[in-house]
Write a protein that binds this ligand. Sequence first.
Ligand code: HEC
Length: 173
Amino acid sequence: MLRAMGNGAAGIVLALLVIVGVNVYGGLLVPVGTTDKIEKIEGLASAGSSAEPELSFAELLQQASADDGKKVAKKCVSCHTFDPGQPAKVGPNLANTVGHDKGSKPGFAYSAALQGLPGNWTYEDLNTFLTKPSAFAPGTKMTFAGLPKAKDRAAVIAYLASLTENPPPKPQP
Ligand code: HEC
């Protein structure tokens, strides 16, 4: 009698295990077609990242167009003029900037911060300055947060170079 009950209980436990086991296994099964979709999505994701690899500043500058830069420069025109001979606004006129002495446009009252910057405006220095002006020249009067996109900076610097007589050669990638 006890043995029979024991067997019965064992049978029920076994049955339960089978049911639980099937359910767990069933849950692991993925609907037909889903893995294909996942592979496709992963494929698209990696295709997207390889389409836009990290380019160096020199590479971006080489690909940059002055026309695109003129569009980016809409963010600057409230404070700057760009064409040669135009007057200063809140900031100095930006023609003939690349390769020229920093903070040296005649008739503009620069901050001590900008006047104190050593050397000429290289392409690289413009890139760093325009990323975050207050970091490159702490205390600058240029209250502009910066251009976070490397492509925008390269474009606007290409535009500045197009407005410079005899600009220095662009850095080689
Ligand atoms: C809110 C006004 C403002 C905006 C917007 C602005 N700037 Fe300026 N910028 C200034 C001022 C003011 C100075 C002079 C800074 C100083 O003396 O500290 C300056 C200085 C500069 C200089 C240094 C010029 C030199 O002769 O050494 C460059 C280059 C420059 N700006 C580029 C840009 C570009 C490119 C943009 C747009 C992406 C821009 N700025 C947006 C106000 C502005």
